[in-house]
Design a protein around this ligand. Sequence first.
Ligand code: SF4
Length: 452
Amino acid sequence: MAIKTTLAELYKFGPGPSSSHTMGPMIAGFNFYKLMGGLTKKELAKADALEIVLKGSLSATGRGHGTDRAVLAGILGHSPDSCPPELLDELAADRRAPHRLSVKGFHADLCTDSVVYGPTAGDFPHPNTMTISLKAGEDVLLSREYYSTGGGFIEWQGYKAPEKPEPPYPYTTFRELKSYVTEERSLFDVLLANETALSGKSENEVLAFAGKVIRIMQNSVREGLKRDGLLPGSLKLNSKARQLFEKYRSGSVHGKADAAITAVTAMAIAAAEENARGHIICTAPTAGSAGVMAGTVHVLMSRHIRDFARICEGLTVAAAIGYICKQNATISGAEGGCQAEIGVASAMAAALLAYYKGGNADQIDNAAESALEHHLGLTCDPVGGYVQIPCIERCGFGIIKAWTASCIACEEIPASHKVSFDDCVEAMWLTAKAMPSKYKETSQGGLAQVLC
Ligand code: SF4
């Protein structure tokens, strides 16, 4: 089936620290809130309880990822792009404080501790499963089993994807996408035509949305560079982006190569730390990996000759890399380990960089391939269930690999590159399926096992 994902579905704005464990559950909660609104007053009058049960990886790492407060905020009528961060802070600070849900005369007082942490292992349809049920005694008035499939995307039992028009240039692989490129029609032209057809937006509206993505990404880096001190949670991890950036700015970092690497890494880490604080970030493709693309965009925007339009176009090209990974493999750490998050983010950033530097479609293919290839097999083992260790520094490594990949791809002879991006996506999916579940966002393996 042709890829029909749009920019606004991939680049989502909202609170961190996790797209699958924070944003997805909030979107699921908000979906259930709207479903309740579809019931009649008479039906709602019978209800006396609302039950939320987290399962699988959502249960295993939900506390550190803020899943409970996110789903609750959704049920209270908030979506990630409009949820006031203060509400999330309140829900975290006092887990027993009641928050009133009101729908058509039905009222319920809910608190963070009312979210049930269910089984972490079992034969679930997706590793990130949760159920929300509205009950009247033992009777279930309304219930939906949700799956948070990564990047803030959700599905549910019996889910049917919304009908969308056929794109003018249908593709499922990068090879197919490249086949539409001619002397007169660039890769960006192809993707823009698809985006306008699928989203119903004009070309100007598409570019305006890309501009908003740039602003949110830059803001997450700027805010991260301003703050220092401890990050939230029991790990008591110190933030470091500001310190790194100040060392770079003061000229005290030894040598040009060290200085460049320190600056670029600091920018990726700054956005990743903002994500860990639960502040607003842009998923690319996920929240845990958001620092990679945000850092890359910020560096490009900081250059003396910034080319805003070209970065907007590059974001569209990078998105296609995310779409292909989502469709043919996964962008969920709970399904594929960190190769599916930081690996895909690094591939997207490499494609953006190669496009920005004037690379052709083959060079973009090679850059994305190289970045993803060198993340293959990377496990997801967040210590204590927090999106901090190894996630934050991993964003720093993701951006450096993206830069290296774009340099190799833009300077080598494209035809000498032996592995295609599509081959690498297939390899990632095979690796994901073979990876033991303890390395897929359960906090039961790797560093999480050793340090806790
Ligand atoms: S280790 Fe990677 S996949 Fe796992 S939570 Fe951290 S960033 Fe996400």
